[in-house]
Design a protein around this ligand. Structure first.
Ligand code: NJP
Length: 263
């Protein structure tokens, strides 16, 4: 029997915006996209890190990346990202909503400023990215949204109320979006990674014991998550991988985080 050739999505010439592109998973996704010929707008607060990445990517793809510094929790910054991307390349095909950070503490000890900053970034910032990004995808009746959630969006341990709570919200928001725009040809995917070796643990302020425990798990590399994202994006246009959980093989639960409190 002759096997039919599947029509993979070609990323060459696609226009993508990546939030949280200044390090870790977002940086790795941007890199993989550029190497496959996509045109990529890089967004995060640390402009110097975006410039360093753009320099490293120079000559590797079809076009130089666009650098748009900004804070994902500010509507005007996210609108600026979308506007600049569309102005430069005339369209938007792929939204990678990835900016986020972690925090752990029992609720009664919680730092209310950190709570607010985390929810503003992980939840409100995601909503802004989806609102302004997807408005543009809808104009063309096609496109793909990939959201970085977490295994912490599927289960919770003591100390994880706010981070897990934010990622449960991310999963709900992303699923609602899929139901809202699927009929209009827009694919929506939630990626839920386990531990990934990025700046995440340091930014979250995990204690040394937790950082060591993560190392023992042989955490995923950012590039490995980026490869999963590429796999999802390259599916034929009628295939939407809605949700993917990706663990380091040795991570079988969230228990290593149970006693971790941000310092
Ligand atoms: O962490 P990191 P990851 N406005 O710290 C940006 C999820 N995740 O790559 O603004 C705009 O290397 C920040 O940029 P900057 C996690 O929840 C991770 O691991 O310059 N951007 C940087 O580029 C998050 O959603 C693990 O500081 C803002 C990026 O976000 C995603 O993966 C496990 C921003 C963070 O890069 C990427 O995190 C898991 C703002 N207000 C889920 N605030 C893991 N690593 O183990 C932050 O399950 N950024």
């Amino acid at each position: 029997m002759q096997s039919e050739q599947l029509q993979a999505t070609d990323l060459r010439g696609k226009v993508a915006m990546v939030t949280g592109a200044s390090s870790g998973i977002g940086e790795a996704i941007a890199q993989e996209l550029v190497q496959r010929g996509a045109r990529v707008a890089l967004f995060a607060r640390r402009e110097n890190r975006l410039q360093e990445l753009a320099q490293r990517l120079a000559g590797k793809g079809s076009d130089e990346p666009l650098i748009v510094p900004g804070d994902v929790s500010k509507p005007e910054d996210v609108q600026n990202l979308v506007n600049q991307t569309v102005q430069r390349w005339g369209k938007l095909d792929i939204v990678i909503a990835n900016a986020g950070f972690g925090y752990r503490a029992p609720i009664v000890d919680g730092d209310t400023q950190r709570w607010k900053q985390l929810l503003d970034t992980n939840v409100y910032g995601l909503l802004l990215t989806l609102k302004y990004g997807v408005q543009n995808l809808l104009k063309h009746g096609s496109g793909h949204v990939v959201v970085t959630s977490s295994i912490a969006g599927r289960s919770v341990t003591a100390g994880g109320a706010v981070y897990s709570g934010s990622k449960f919200a991310v999963n709900a928001i992303t699923e609602a979006l899929r139901e809202e725009v699927g009929q209009q040809g827009i694919r929506v995917t939630t990626i839920e990674p386990g531990a990934v070796a990025t700046e995440f643990a340091e930014v979250a302020g995990y204690p040394p014991g937790t950082i060591e425990a993560i190392k023992q798990l042989e955490p995923l590399q950012a590039k490995e998550i980026a490869h999963v994202v590429i796999l999802v994006l390259e599916q034929p246009g009628n295939v939407d991988i809605a949700e993917l959980t990706v663990y380091p093989t040795k991570q079988t639960s969230l228990s290593i985080f149970a006693n971790a409190v941000t310092h």
